[in-house]
Design a protein around this ligand. Structure first.
Ligand code: SAM
Ligand code: SF4
Length: 403
């Protein structure tokens, strides 16, 4: 999605970031989200680098749920009485789990932690690993937002991607979900092997005709450790991929959706609160195999990562420590981490948020911001920092300035 051509890169920022920790203001803690990782799928897709494994008989979903709960308990000292604003069941394919298991987790969180009364609770469901009865079960269990992994509605493209479902099953899943949920996201991908622009357009119109509240659409990337990395398929060239990006934005606008992030489009007021919290550099506890957490406290901003392999993760939880790494983000790295998230947002970010989330004075990055404004990549007002359309195209290069 981003062009490889880079605008000039300025000198590293680090020199300007010398400050004493005692200079850091004490700020209110950011909003808190909970991410729950379910690491199994029916079958591994050829492009997928997520921590997901084919579900075999030896895996016990019930034992995994017990491990998730113990993992969450291990975070109690960090969560304390902070309110959990959103919950996201991601994968993998969470819809391989029976609704009763998802209900056990939601119930546990609601009973034992402070879960916001109007928390957004999302679950990722795959066509081919879910049906209407399951959707009803998830809704009853407390899920109030369903995210359906469609990717494309064209059978021959689905087959090339190694998906387990057909286009018809994908659209039926959206139709079923519409009966049960009033908040739905659809995931699509574009620039697929051999994909034509008319195929992308029909994907968009078929999905938008169901009027989902939200669309996430990602350009296919070839990730290491995937089948596609080993056997690269022929992908649309950069010009066609840019044309596709343009079509996505104009068709979404015609259907009344606003783009609020690089890959996210929503109807009015239907942005994904959970993802917004990531992009606004909020805090989150991640439980499950390979899950990441980001947590702020008086010592700074900490990142925590859990064991990736499901069996290893479950054993590690049983023996009392599922954490593989836990480190405080160095103050010098905080501006990059902050801007990597917030500059993806089309509406920009308030200058205040930088100070709130990093506890660093915004003056520290002012000369970088002004240089990026001068190069047409950002716009700056007294209160808002915003990426220009050109800055969005060159986002990776914009971020280099904060490294
Ligand atoms: C956690 S993943 C998988 C969710 C769900 N299991 C599914 O397959 O629909 C979330 C989304 O990331 C996107 N995605 C995964 N791998 C990708 C890749 N290599 N390039 C671009 N998008 C990708 C897909 O749109 C997918 O729905
Ligand atoms: S794309 Fe989704 S269904 Fe396919 S392997 Fe990855 S997580 Fe599983």
């Amino acid at each position: 999605m981003f062009s490889p051509k880079a605008p000039a890169v300025c000198a590293p920022l680090n020199a300007q970031l010398a400050y004493r920790t005692s200079d850091i203001a004490v700020n209110p803690l950011p909003p808190l989200s909970l991410y729950v990782h379910i690491p199994w799928c029916v079958k591994k897709c050829l492009y997928c680098d997520f921590n997901s494994h084919p579900l075999r008989d030896e895996a016990s979903p019930k034992d995994y749920v017990e491990a998730l709960i113990n993992d969450l308990e291990a975070h109690r000292w960090q969560i304390q009485d902070r309110e959990i604003q959103t919950v996201f069941f991601g994968g993998g394919t969470p819809s391989v789990f029976d609704p009763s298991l998802i209900g056990t987790i939601i119930h546990y969180v609601a009973e034992n932690f402070s879960l916001s009364r109007d928390a957004e609770i999302t679950l990722e469901a795959n066509p081919g690993a879910s049906d209407r009865t399951k959707f009803e079960g998830y809704r009853k269990a407390g899920v109030n937002r369903l995210s359906i992994g469609v990717q494309t509605t064209h059978d021959q493209l689905l087959e090339k991607l190694g998906r387990v479902h057909s286009g018809k099953e994908a659209t039926s899943a959206i139709s079923d979900a519409k009966f049960i949920f009033d908040n739905i996201n659809v995931d699509l991908m574009f620039a697929l092997p051999g994909q034509r622009i008319d195929e992308l357009k029909t994907d968009l119109s078929r999905v938008f005709d169901f009027s989902p509240e939200h669309l996430s659409i990602y350009q296919l990337t070839i990730e290491p450790n995937t089948w596609f990395h080993r056997y690269p398929p022929k992908l649309p060239d950069d010009d066609l991929a840019s044309e596709m990006q343009f079509e996505i934005e104009s068709i979404a606008q015609k259907y009344g959706y606003t783009q609020y992030e690089v890959s996210a489009f929503a109807k009015l007021g239907r942005q994904c609160s959970h993802n917004l919290n990531y992009w606004e550099f909020g805090d989150y506890v991640g439980i499950g195999a390979g899950a990441h957490s980001k947590l702020s406290d008086k010592d700074g901003v900490k990142r925590v990562v859990k064991h990736k392999q499901p069996k290893r993760y479950m054993d590690a939880v049983s023996s009392g420590n599922a954490v593989v790494s836990s480190e405080i983000i160095a103050a010098d790295a905080l501006p990059f981490e902050f801007f990597m998230n917030v500059l993806r947002l089309n509406g920009g970010v308030s200058r205040d948020l930088f100070e709130k989330r990093t506890a660093l004075p915004v003056g520290l990055v002012d000369s970088r911001l002004k240089s990026l404004e001068h190069r047409g990549l950002l716009t700056l007002s007294d209160s808002v920092i915003k990426t220009t359309p050109m800055g969005m195209r060159f986002l990776n290069e914009v971020l280099q300035d904060f490294l």
